[in-house]
Write a protein that binds this ligand. Structure first.
Ligand SMILES: NC(=O)c1ccc[n+]([C@@H]2O[C@H](COP(=O)([O-])OP(=O)(O)OC[C@H]3O[C@@H](n4cnc5c(N)ncnc54)[C@H](O)[C@@H]3O)[C@@H](O)[C@H]2O)c1
Length: 452
């Protein structure tokens, strides 16, 4: 497909507005494992009870200029990011538990730590959700809004957003979907234009899922939106168009943690060394509520699509048919309650090398899903807020680093290689600040190089 020449939406660094005042973080799925681990984590970090390991915005540095210049500031000193102290949390859930009760139930963080944060966490209560069991069949909500049409639901969410901003005296807002994975929906006519979508909202169209209604409400309010789950949500032409029109940055889908993170670390390495692939079998056990939701084949289908696409794009079988056109890829998720949030993932990778000799790689990753996801939520909040203040809008491809199924522009393909994604992210920060982009060419360090 030909790539259209588009006007750049890039603004110069001088125009990045400073992060003044308080930044509201709205989370659909406020009582879930990821949300509560993120919120309690930030409260713990504010009090010096923990460190933000896993967060690029808090721990990462960025090299500027030549290697000989030795300039590698911390990212948070390089670009004007909001401070964690200025974050204010809110959101919606189908369960009414406050964030203390919900974090206890999620069972990710220890009770001792949560007890120290109890006062702050008890003050965070979810607003009633927009939810429909037809889209998440293994959950039964009790803390719900009641309206006649999906457009009315959207209007109530818009009221919530405005009230939350006013009541908490916030300057800016971000919304990150941390709600459950919805059933698989294919983009169709109702998603194709803003007009069709709004008509669908008024007519209660069955292909408009709750996560799309939240995304619509956020974009309508000018609030940057990211989707941490694999369901479409904002990844439909109607909402992409609306985000451009309203100048709102959007990103998604599906936080890249655990097994897929490992996949996007290892697969580029195999390809870099031209090692072939015969098969990649991935299986997991997990026992949290997310696992229970994914136990339903309709929600699992959404997750499966997201997890499967990764290898295809990284390995480029069209360019390397002898190496990658004939591999078998299988992904399984098994709900196993005793494990709770402490997931265990196994990968068996059958590869081949010189003269087709076979080899195997086995990975056994004993990870903690929400511990890996929480820093991603923080980085997305801070980078989306930066994007908005820098005048970026529409799909934020430079945030692909954080997603299993990155959103991408028309005529492109998604970039899944973690290392290309990181380079893209850091170059975007350099670009925003008017610094030279780094290509890693490096010839000019050597005296045999004579330019011109
Ligand atoms: N933890 C990870 O590593 C990871 C990685 C990638 C994606 N995800 C996705 O992130 C999401 C959150 O994961 P989790 O482990 O916190 O799951 P969770 O089940 O603990 O939390 C999800 C929360 O969303 C709520 N919810 C569902 N539908 C809602 C709606 N319409 N409105 C408001 N609230 C709603 C549920 O009640 C629940 O409290 C899931 O979709 C999961 O697939 C998580």
């Amino acid at each position: 497909m030909p790539t259209k020449k588009k006007k750049s939406n890039y603004k110069q660094s001088e125009e990045i507005k400073p992060p003044q005042g308080r930044l509201g973080v709205l989370l659909p799925g406020l009582s879930g494992a990821v949300s509560t681990t993120f919120i309690a984590g930030i409260e713990a970090i504010k009090r010096g009870l923990g460190k933000p390991f896993g967060s690029l915005t808090q721990m990462g540095t960025i090299r500027l200029g030549k290697r000989t210049e030795k300039r590698s500031p911390h990212i948070l000193d390089f670009v004007p990011l909001a401070h964690t102290q200025d974050l204010v949390f809110g959101g919606w859930d189908i369960f009414p538990d406050n964030s203390y009760e919900a974090a206890l139930k999620a069972g990710v963080l220890e009770k001792n730590l949560l007890d120290e944060l109890r006062l702050e966490l008890e003050e965070i209560n979810p607003m009633p959700a927009v939810f429909d069991r037809r889209y998440v069949r293994n959950l039964n909500g009790i803390h719900l809004k009641k309206e006649k049409t999906k457009m009315h639901f959207a209007e109530r969410l818009i009221d919530d957003i405005k009230n939350f901003k006013k009541e908490n005296k916030l300057d800016r807002l971000i919304m990150i979907w941390c709600g459950s994975t919805e059933i698989y929906i294919k983009p169709s006519k109702v998603h194709s234009t803003i007009q069709n979508f709004e008509e669908g909202l008024r007519d209660n169209h069955p292909e408009i899922a709750p996560s799309m209604i939240y995304a619509y409400a956020a974009i309508q309010c000018g609030v940057p939106y990211a989707n941490g789950a694999p369901n479409l949500s904002a990844d439909i032409p109607a909402l992409i168009q609306m985000a451009k029109r309203k100048k709102v940055p959007i990103a998604g889908k599906d936080f890249k943690t655990g097994q897929t993170l490992m996949k996007t670390i290892i697969a580029p390495g195999l390809k870099a060394r031209m090692l072939g692939l015969k098969g990649w079998f991935s299986t997991n056990i997990l026992g949290n509520r997310d696992g229970e939701v994914l136990d339903d084949p309709y929600s699992f289908k959404t997750k499966e699509e997201s997890k499967l696409s990764v290898l295809e794009y990284i390995l480029q079988p069209d360019l390397y048919p002898e190496l990658y056109s004939d591999y078998y890829h299988k992904v399984r998720i098994n709900y196993y309650p005793p494990r709770g949030d402490a997931k265990e993932a196994w990968d068996n990778i059958d590869i081949f090398g010189w003269l087709s000799y076979p080899m195997q790689i086995k990975i056994n990753f004993l990870c903690r899903d929400s511990i890996l996801a929480a820093p991603i939520v923080l980085d997305l909040v801070l980078f989306l807020d930066l994007a908005k203040r820098a005048g970026l809008y529409g799909i934020q491809e430079w945030l692909s680093f954080y997603f299993k199924s990155p959103m991408f522009g028309e005529g492109l393909y998604p970039e899944h290689d973690l290392f290309i994604q990181l380079m893209k992210l850091k170059n975007t920060l350099r670009y925003l600040k008017g610094e030279e982009l780094i290509t890693h060419l490096g010839l000019d360090y050597y005296d045999y190089y004579e330019p011109g």
